[in-house]
Design a protein around this ligand. Structure first.
Ligand SMILES: [Zn+2]
Length: 115
C-alpha cells in the first residue's frame, strides 16, 4: 500500500469505526481498499489541477495553450474517458474535469493554440 493510502486507512479505520462497505455489485470492500482508491483518485486530481495551473502560468511567457484530454491509452480506459480522449478545452473549462470518476487515470497535455 502506498504511504498516503496507509495514512488514509488509519483515518478511515479510526475511532469512528470501520468504513468498509458493500459496493453496488454486492462485493465487500475493506476500508483499506477504499483508502487506496481515495488516495489514487485524489493524486490524479492534484496532478491534473497542477498541470492546468502550469499551463495558466505560461501565459506570463506569452505561451498560450489549451488543455487536451489524454487517457492512459490501454484496454482499461472506460468508455466515458475514451470518448474524451483528444478533446480540447480552455483551461477555465478544464478545471475540475479530471478525475472523471474514481480511479480515473486521465491527464492533461498542453495544446498550443498559436501553432
Ligand atoms: Zn479517465
Amino acid at each position: 500500500m502506498m504511504p498516503s493510502a496507509r495514512k488514509l486507512n488509519a483515518v478511515i479505520k479510526g475511532a469512528g469505526g470501520d468504513l468498509s462497505l458493500i459496493d453496488i455489485l454486492g462485493r465487500f470492500m475493506p476500508a483499506e481498499r477504499r483508502a487506496q482508491i481515495l488516495a489514487r483518485t485524489e493524486i490524479i486530481r492534484a496532478h491534473a489541477e497542477g498541470q492546468l495551473q502550469e499551463f495558466e502560468n505560461w501565459k506570463v511567457l506569452q505561451v498560450n495553450v489549451k488543455a487536451e484530454w489524454i487517457t492512459a491509452g490501454d484496454n482499461r480506459v472506460c468508455p466515458q474517458c475514451a470518448d474524451l480522449e483528444g478533446s480540447i478545452f480552455t483551461i477555465e473549462v478544464a478545471r475540475g474535469m479530471i478525475p472523471l470518476h474514481a480511479q480515473c487515470r486521465c491527464a492533461w497535455i498542453p495544446f498550443n493554440v498559436d501553432a
